[in-house]
Design a protein around this ligand. Sequence first.
Ligand code: X2X
Length: 334
Amino acid sequence: MTHLRMAAAFAGALAFTISAAQADTLRLSHNTGDQTTWQKGADRFAELVEEGSGGETSIRVFPNAQLTGGDQMKQAEMVGRGSIDFVVTSAINVTPLVPEMAVFSLPYLYANYDQVDATTGGAPGEKMAEILAEHGLHLLAWGENGFREVTNNKHPIKTPDDLKGLKMRVAGPMYIDVMNALGANPQQMQWTETFSALQQGVVDGQENPIGAVIIPQRVYEVQKYITPWHYSYDPIFIATSEKNWESWDDETRAMISGAAEEAMAYQREITREATADGLETLKAEGMEVYTPTDADLAAFRAATKAPFDTWAAKVGDDLVSLFQDTIAGASATQ
Ligand code: X2X
């Protein structure tokens, strides 16, 4: 090879390195599988950002909490520190870092979607964004995991007594207290380990939203009974690090926020659609559905009052009142 040809080859390699460095690839972590509405929302966000940046910014989506070695609670902390660019996760996963996030999921706080939307779209949502910012997380938009419904393999759950002694997988600390109050034996476990734990009978049951998780993650293959008891609502959200946010100019901020809003509106819509006909889907897959009566729901509510009070005190009375006042102003029935 002549010197000249070597120089040309070297220059070519250098140009390649520079352009690869310029096309910014940001990383987004979420903690469910790649068929869920979480993934679909994250993918839509990535597409919109790629378009909005004229191809200069691409986002790679990592499902199943891969970036934190399967630890779903650690994602928010890593984003807060700026080591991951974006997270799509649900409220309960953030409670070890930001205990106030448990307010959303207090047992029987919400009766319907109008009430949910009034809080995420109003002053409570803004207040939570301020609290998240204190932990280095810049909230971009709210999406939906949904109302969490209980499944198990032993028998239909009709009353609080039916939970006695059941081994229940739960995602986070507040749900441990709720399950204990119901007489179940709760066990905190990563979501990615739950399917095989249910399959092998390590646990008897679990609780998760129908459209966002139970159907796309095929929980019906390893669970027989479901009771749509709507005991706890769990929102998801997209956040970036405050560090990223500070580094972006106004135009980039507007583009990223707009993409997040649009992606989460889409995510919420497909989640509600999948939930609306979800029980039919689950019956077709062989699950047995017990639809609780108003009296059953009142019994579940009464049985979860103690953990409600404990966690309301933990998150703070002012915050709970802000949510309750907003909820009272929204329509009471579906
Ligand atoms: O772990 C769960 O149960 C899940 C997937 O719903 C959450 O991330 C809270």
